[in-house]
Design a protein around this ligand. Structure first.
Ligand SMILES: NC(=O)c1ccc[n+]([C@@H]2O[C@H](COP(=O)([O-])OP(=O)(O)OC[C@H]3O[C@@H](n4cnc5c(N)ncnc54)[C@H](OP(=O)(O)O)[C@@H]3O)[C@@H](O)[C@H]2O)c1
Length: 283
């Protein structure tokens, strides 16, 4: 298949291109800047230059590449701003979907998150509502996700991958990542808030497998949602940081997510089924 990957240089894109190429797909990697072209070519893909905010450039990129599928892995998280990230989710997605539809693309696979559900008991399933009544600052993230998902659902076929919190090489949770630094500075407390993790390689692999999945939204998370007072002590000992302080309570929506739909209906299995083994061998 011809696949157009937006977000080709990101932490998931870098892991995904080799998987797509290995399966025999022809991959177009969307980049913002010519200097990234060499890295894309080295991975076996063809670079296509377009900024997601430049509507005309995105339309031209899609018209010229005429892909069968668009995989949307664009985020704007490197700067750590949830406002910037919501902006790219809303405006970037609008440009990508409109351009894909006008180029006759059939399917889009898009990255979403699994911690946008309304508060409730236990890990969230896809049947549950997104947290539309959340107060700010959470509302910024929820609005970005809702608009992204609504827009992607306008494609003839679409798969929305609601990823867990990413860990692994190149992520914030890597030994040299931003989160690890915050933990070393003892800025992060262990709370009752529950997180569902996902290794970055499982995120990339789910994107590949989703080429064959039916339209809809699906949680892509590991098997073991865990509260901060369980996973953070393991994490700090893995990276050799001081023990975290313990705090009771959690933030809104910190309930983890269930992967039952992905496992039972789509036959998906995470390679890294538990964050605890994943931390030990893959940070
Ligand atoms: N579910 C999760 O927990 C989750 C998901 C994603 C990321 N993260 C975290 O966020 C950290 C940063 O993510 P990241 O390294 O993937 O970087 P990022 O800054 O979020 O960028 C992701 C991708 O989007 C592209 N992009 C951003 N703005 C764009 C625009 N206006 N037009 C076209 N492309 C654009 C980037 O291209 P450029 O190379 O040009 O910037 C890159 O390919 C990761 O280390 C990870 O820990 C977490």
């Amino acid at each position: 298949m011809k696949i157009f990957l937006a977000g080709a240089t990101g932490v998931i894109g870098r892991s995904l291109i080799p998987l797509l190429v290995q399966e025999g797909h022809k991959v177009f990697g969307m980049i913002r800047d010519e200097s990234q072209a060499r890295a894309i070519i080295k991975m076996g893909a063809k670079p296509v230059i377009a900024d997601a905010f430049d509507r005309d450039a995105v339309f031209t990129a899609l018209q010229e590449s005429q892909p069968d599928v668009v995989i949307h892995q664009i985020t704007s998280l490197s700067g750590g701003s949830s406002v910037d990230n919501a902006k790219i989710r809303i405006e970037g997605t609008e440009n990508l979907v409109d351009a894909a539809k006008s180029a006759g693309v059939k399917q889009m696979i898009a990255q979403s998150i699994s911690w946008a559900y309304e508060p409730g008991e236990g890990p969230a399933t896809e049947e549950e509502m997104l947290d539309i009544t959340a107060p700010y600052p959470r509302k910024t993230t929820i609005e970005g996700i809702m608009k992204l998902e609504e827009k992607v659902s306008q494609m003839p076929e679409f798969v929305i991958l609601r990823y867990g919190t990413l860990y692994g090489p190149g992520t914030w949770y890597a030994k040299d990542g931003i989160f690890a630094d915050q933990v070393r500075r003892q800025e992060i407390a262990a709370t009752d808030g529950v997180v569902s993790f996902l290794h970055v390689d499982d995120a990339a692999r789910a994107s590949l497998l989703a080429l064959e999945w039916p339209s809809g939204s699906v949680n892509i998370v590991d098997d073991h949602p865990a509260s901060g007072n369980v996973w953070l002590p393991v994490y700090v000992s893995t990276i050799g940081a001081p023990h975290p302080s313990i705090q009771t309570g959690s933030n809104r929506g910190e309930r983890g997510a269930s992967n039952t739909k992905a496992r039972k209906e789509y036959g998906w299995e995470p390679i890294h089924s538990s964050w605890s083994n994943g931390f030990e061998h893959n940070l």
